[in-house]
Design a protein around this ligand. Structure first.
Ligand code: NAP
Ligand code: MN
Length: 267
């Protein structure tokens, strides 16, 4: 089995990366940065987002594992103290794989040129470059509303605990193949009206965002910020691809939610 490790880059994460690499090589595993079967990310959730995008062309062949060197993460759920145990578990394959749905975003331009296709593990956000974002929201080919406000956030179930949560979106269990559209400060008065609630769309319910006036946008895909000019439409749906995590111990999603956000105070 071939593995790769990506580190957040700080001294603690780097030293854990080195340690794990040495251990895994001792177990006769092969280090291969280009074609790994397993990718271990050492750092935080942001480090795993980075690894996801580094290996996005081989998601069907790669299983991710996250070790956290800071606070408990949603993707990074192993602590440094457990790495010996983890290494032994990795070395004696086969391991269990859990798959989570991800988001597909296709951006088309008015000049009819090449469309840009992205995959997001957490979310895609759309904001205007200047002033209020005004966009028609279309669901399954039907106009739903004209959104006016700061921006829109389309998140995956595993990303629902990230930006989406800060916007008042619901936390979705990743076994649900769905995406969630949350508003950022919509303008609502006697003239302008949006739904005001987050929307959860099932698989195959494509959501199209279409510019009304301005055609230049600031679009984020996870940690990546892009400037897209002359945009015709932004298409979002549940991707055909999934992200795969190698699982060696049960750590239920709701326990992770509780440990991260409620802690012992809420007991
Ligand atoms: P960052 O500024 O370090 O990320 C913000 C926080 O979100 C960090 O604490 C990060 O954890 C955490 N996080 C990332 N994915 C998560 C998930 N699926 N569930 C729960 N928490 C999660 O930047 P980054 O590390 O590059 O991450 C990019 C992400 O930041 C974006 O995808 C977006 O979701 C999030 N973000 C949130 C807000 C907000 O809440 N208002 C605003 C902008 C962006 P780590 O410290 O472990 O990396
Ligand atoms: Mn981060």
């Amino acid at each position: 089995m071939k593995f790769a490790i990506s580190s957040k880059g700080d001294p603690v994460s780097n030293s854990i990366m080195q340690k794990m690499k040495t251990y895994l090589l001792d177990f006769q595993l092969e280090y291969d940065e280009d074609r790994p079967d397993i990718v271990i990310s050492v750092g935080g959730d942001g480090t795993l987002l980075y690894a996801f995008h580094r290996y996005r062309s081989r998601l069907d062949k790669t299983a991710f594992i996250g070790v956290h060197t800071g606070h408990l993460g949603f993707y990074a759920d192993w602590v440094p103290d457990e790495i010996e145990k983890l290494v032994i578990a990795i070395a004696k394959t086969p391991y269990q794989v859990v798959e989570y749905p991800i988001l597909e975003v296709i951006i088309r331009h008015n000049d009819g040129g090449r469309e840009a296709r992205y995959l997001a593990l957490n979310e895609c956000t759309v904001k205007s470059i200047e002033g209020t974002l005004v966009m028609d929201v279309e669901i399954k080919g039907q106009t739903f509303e004209t959104f006016r406000g700061d921006g829109l956030c389309m998140s995956t179930p595993s990303g629902s605990t990230a930006y989406n949560k800060a916007l008042g979106g619901a936390i979705l269990h990743p076994s649900l193949r769905a995406i969630q559209l949350a508003e950022m400060a919509s303008i609502n008065n006697r003239v302008f009206r949006t739904i005001g609630s987050p929307l959860i769309l099932p698989e195959h319910h494509t959501c199209m965002l279409k510019p009304v006036n301005d055609v230049d946008f600031q679009i984020t895909i996870d940690h990546l910020t892009l400037l897209h000019k002359d945009v015709k439409s932004i298409q979002c749906r549940v991707a055909n691809e999934n992200v795969r995590f190698a699982r060696f111990k049960p750590f239920p999603f709701w326990k992770r939610v509780r440990d991260s956000f409620v802690g012992d105070i809420g007991r």
